[in-house]
Design a protein around this ligand. Structure first.
Ligand SMILES: NC(=O)c1ccc[n+]([C@@H]2O[C@H](COP(=O)([O-])OP(=O)(O)OC[C@H]3O[C@@H](n4cnc5c(N)ncnc54)[C@H](O)[C@@H]3O)[C@@H](O)[C@H]2O)c1
Length: 342
């Protein structure tokens, strides 16, 4: 059995707790050599929780890279720090698994992908590793609803995070919608080509900017993806995965974003509104190691061991980031615009 990779954790805030739990499922792949955060206290806290003996703890990424010589860096910093941290790690010869969103601009993303030419750099686009999403994607791919032409997603939540999200611009699009846009790419197995987006901050918003957005995407092959979302929706909410309706020329799939997936197909009977039959599709069982952060982490280390490409490799994830940044640009310009290709 090959020895575990030497892993340096950079960014020890909220989400790093989920990373630590996922990492515990892969003891043959992960041996922590250090924990870094701008807050020494945060780094020390995660180091203690990891149960690792005598790892490096500190506030300086360059020093940590030099002293611990990691083979892999986990980048769980805030979005504004991703390029600096990830590029420093890649330049030091490490592979990187980093949090979404990869970058804050197309140019930044292109620089990061170029910097990873000789290393693996993948993104924890965690909502892809979801048994129900995979079951819906498989149903679409099998032709169950025929030629997919319409994808609708509704996202309505009222989370009170505090912290950086309440201050950042385009908060829904940049921090959350990337998951939903990535899920749409996964469901349709297509990239987006164009978008028109209207973004706004509703009355009473506790976010500084852009807590709500409506975006219409044209996908390769002609399907239309319609996203309606808000982080300022108190009362009845959708799932974090959105509520979905996918329509093809043979029928409809509905997914509530949890475990209910309904396939409805018309019967052969004629009529003004044709009768239809509904069947339930069970979610795929991905298991604990195949779901969420663990699912993406497992795929990343499998690729490192086998020489394959992670499903969420930065160059592949670019299509989801491009949808977000194009939606932001469309909202600014008030125009339909092209979604950039890599
Ligand atoms: N995949 C998911 O489901 C998911 C869920 C939540 C958050 N996230 C993403 O995870 C990232 C972090 O979010 P969070 O909620 O943990 O934020 P957070 O503010 O709780 O933690 C971020 C940490 O990074 C540290 N940091 C910032 N710049 C740094 C630098 N240059 N060097 C070292 N440490 C640095 C901060 O001190 C902080 O402790 C964001 O990109 C966010 O979008 C992803």
């Amino acid at each position: 059995m090959a020895s575990p990779f030497r892993v340096l954790q950079v960014g020890c805030g909220s989400i790093s707790s989920a990373w630590l739990k996922a990492a515990a499922l892969f003891p043959d792949d992960i041996s922590f050599v250090g924990f870094v955060d701008l807050s020494l206290e945060a780094a020390q806290k995660r180091a203690a929780e990891s149960g690792t003996t005598a790892p490096f703890t500190g506030t300086d990424v360059a020093k940590a890279l030099a002293e611990t010589r990691p083979e892999v860096v986990f980048d769980c910093t805030v979005p504004a720090a991703h390029e600096a941290v990830t590029c420093a790690a890649l330049a030091a010869g490490a592979h990187v698994l980093g949090e979404k969103p990869m970058a804050s601009s197309i140019d930044e993303a292109r620089r990061m992908i170029a910097a990873a030419a000789k290393r693996h750099y993948a993104i924890t686009q965690t909502r892809r590793a979801h048994g129900s999403l995979r079951a819906v994607a498989a149903a679409v791919a099998s032709g169950a609803i025929g030629r997919l032409h319409t994808i609708n997603a509704d996202f309505y939540m009222g989370p009170h995070f505090g912290g950086f999200r309440e201050e950042m611009a385009h908060v829904l699009l940049l921090d959350m919608a990337i998951h939903s846009f990535d899920q749409a790419r996964c469901l349709a197995a297509k990239n987006a080509t164009h978008v028109y987006c209207h973004e706004y901050n509703p009355p009473g918003s506790w976010f500084r900017h852009g807590a709500s957005a409506m975006a219409i995407f044209e996908m390769e092959g002609g399907a239309v993806f319609n996203y309606r979302g808000s982080w300022c929706a108190e009362g009845e909410r959708t799932s974090w995965e959105c509520g979905w309706r996918l329509i093809g020329d043979k029928g409809t799939l509905q997914w509530d974003g949890a475990s209910s997936i309904q396939l409805s197909l018309p019967s052969a009977e004629e009529g003004f509104l044709r009768p239809f039959e509904t069947t339930t599709i069970p979610p795929l069982d991905l298991g604990q190691k195949g779901s969420g952060h663990a699912g993406i982490m497992g795929d990343f280390f499998r690729a490192l061991r086998t020489g394959g490409t992670p499903e969420t490799a930065a160059a592949r994830n670019f299509g989801s980031l491009a949808m977000v940044l194009a939606a932001v640009e469309s909202a600014r310009a008030g125009q339909r615009i092209a979604v950039p290709a890599i």
